[in-house]
Design a protein around this ligand. Structure first.
Ligand SMILES: Cc1cc2nc3c(=O)[nH]c(=O)nc-3n(C[C@H](O)[C@H](O)[C@H](O)COP(=O)(O)OP(=O)(O)OC[C@H]3O[C@@H](n4cnc5c(N)ncnc54)[C@H](O)[C@@H]3O)c2cc1C
Length: 483
């Protein structure tokens, strides 16, 4: 039974930036990172060759392994720290807008850490080009147009790595951590944590190949389990009475349309964040993860759920742009199971699609009919996810969510002409699971002494830049605590 100064569960961006910073602080001699997936060079998604998801074992290569969901991400680094802000205006942090980070860190401190994080990405080869900084007048004109439809358009500088380049960049970070003797255990799942007298004592793991179980000791454990680990984290919280607040779940679709329709937005901003609270529900609907000339992708979660996502390459280009349209759902007492709610919707969509992602044309939804293969063959917008099965997603997505999405698309059509073209494609299920938000103090520590949570999993962050930055913050906190 080995004892470590620190154990980190997960090797997504939050975890590996934590390890990077501990190297810089010379506190890395006896730490262990654990992930259920593989090292980055072994992470290959076979869908490009097979045309369909092969349910990789032991875990999905898109979301698990070194650099977590970052490895196959589009690699858009939202450079909030470079946003021009009015005096006193808060720095925009994306998604849930930074939750505890906003509460515990000043704008100045956040700016410093984001600049530092950005510089690490640059050090490992990120493109120096920034999108969203050159066409300020054009962006302002779009903001004005959007405002007329009660839509907010948020734009900020973006760096774009591209999926294949993100892979290479994270590969270099893995090499750097190895050269600095960071212990990394792959294809190993953390099953449980060990808690004694409300203090963390270690973790219980299983090797996913040999099935051998073991225990590692530490008085410091950081949970950096990402969205992939949302269910694991949720169960852990229940079992060990880790304090949480009811979280939210984002349910929606991946929307694919022609580059011609999106060309201005792509050119001026690369990614536009459009946010509206459409009539009659007033739910928050937003665009997310826009991928110009990109590809729609699928990923498999625990319990076999297949979810849709999207990304783009730096060099290989399609004729389409894809983006998520997400509706945030918050539930109030007595219902406190947003993850189960999202899982049920995903299960139903998956069942209707024969365990594959479903696709439907917008015009078919308006006409109350399903989409067939022959409709797609004749469709102007050709699906980039070839394995998607045509059908009727409205059988599975709730009336409220669907109404929100359709209202939003209709309003967006007045801002971006062609946004509601009947031949545009809706893929489902696109669901962003966040565990119930873990209650954290200013040191990102849970109510169990020595147990911390960072990154997307516990609801602290929602993207590459902020999750990486949360790793830097965590390292600096641990530097003061670890001897
Ligand atoms: C296709 C795609 C495109 C994306 N594009 C962008 C983008 O362009 N810009 C952007 O900002 N964000 C993007 N994202 C989101 C971004 O990747 C995440 O925000 C980021 O990776 C979160 O980092 P994290 O460290 O919190 O967790 P993750 O990266 O999710 O890593 C968590 C890790 O924990 C491991 N883990 C979980 N539970 C366990 C367990 N019990 N035992 C062992 N290991 C465990 C998982 O295997 C995983 O490797 C994209 C994501 C995807 C999937």
């Amino acid at each position: 039974m080995k004892t470590y100064d620190l154990i980190v569960v997960g090797m997504g961006p939050s975890s590996i930036f934590l390890a990077y910073e501990l190297i810089k602080l010379n506190k890395h001699k006896n730490i262990l990172l654990i992930d259920q997936g593989k090292s980055v060079e072994k992470r290959i998604c076979p869908i490009a060759k097979t045309g369909k998801c092969m349910n990789c074992l032991p875990k999905c290569n898109i979301t698990c392994g070194f650099s977590g969901a970052g490895a196959f991400s589009d690699g858009k680094l939202n450079s909030y720290h470079l946003t021009k802000r009015d005096k006193g205006e808060d720095i925009y942090l994306g998604g849930n807008d930074g939750s505890y980070i906003r509460e515990y860190y000043s704008n100045k401190e956040i700016e410093e850490i984001l600049t530092y994080t950005d510089n690490i990405y640059l050090e490992f080869g990120a493109d120096t080009k920034l999108y969203g900084v050159d066409y300020i007048n054009e962006i302002n004109e779009y903001k004005r147009r959007a405002k007329k439809e009660n839509i907010d358009l948020v734009s900020y500088p973006i760096r774009h790595l591209g999926t294949e380049k993100a892979h290479i960049l994270y590969g270099k970070i893995e090499k750097y951590l190895k050269e600095n003797n960071i212990n990394m255990l792959f294809e190993t799942e953390v099953k449980d944590i060990i808690v004694e007298n409300n203090k963390i004592k270690g973790v219980k793991v299983v090797n996913l190949n040999s099935k051998e179980e073991s225990t590692f000791n530490s008085n410091n454990v950081v949970l950096a389990v990402g969205r992939k680990g949302a269910r694991f984290l949720s169960d852990l919280c229940k079992k060990h009475k880790i304090e949480t607040k009811i979280g939210s779940v984002d349910i929606g679709i991946r929307y694919e349309l022609s580059n011609d329709v999106m060309k201005d937005i792509n050119k001026y901003m690369y990614e536009g964040k459009f946010i509206q609270r459409p009539y009659p529900y007033g739910d928050k609907v937003r665009t997310f993860c826009q991928n110009p000339s990109g590809y729609v992708s699928s990923e498999v979660y625990d319990n076999g759920l297949t979810l849709v996502n999207g990304h783009s390459y730096k060099d290989k280009k399609s004729d389409n742009t894809n983006l998520a349209i997400l509706v945030s759902h918050h539930f109030s007492t007595p219902f406190d199971k947003p993850i189960e709610y999202g899982e049920n919707i995903a299960t139903n969509v998956n069942r209707l699609g024969g365990n594959a992602i479903m696709v439907q044309r917008l015009g078919d939804i308006f006409r109350g009919r399903r989409t067939w293969n022959k409709d797609l063959e004749n469709n102007k917008v050709k699906p980039t996810l070839k394995s998607a099965v045509p059908g009727d997603i409205t059988f599975a997505i709730g009336y409220r969510t669907m109404t929100d999405i359709l209202q939003f698309i209709k309003s967006m059509d007045k801002v971006v002409e062609g946004f509601a073209n009947p031949e545009n494609l809706l893929y489902a299920p696109e669901i962003k699971f966040y565990s119930n938000v873990v209650v954290l103090n200013k040191d990102f520590e849970t109510n169990i002494k020595g147990l911390y949570s960072i990154g997307d999993g516990g609801g602290l962050t929602t993207g590459l830049m902020m999750s990486s930055a949360s790793g830097i913050m965590m390292a600096r906190i641990l530097d003061k605590k670890m001897k």
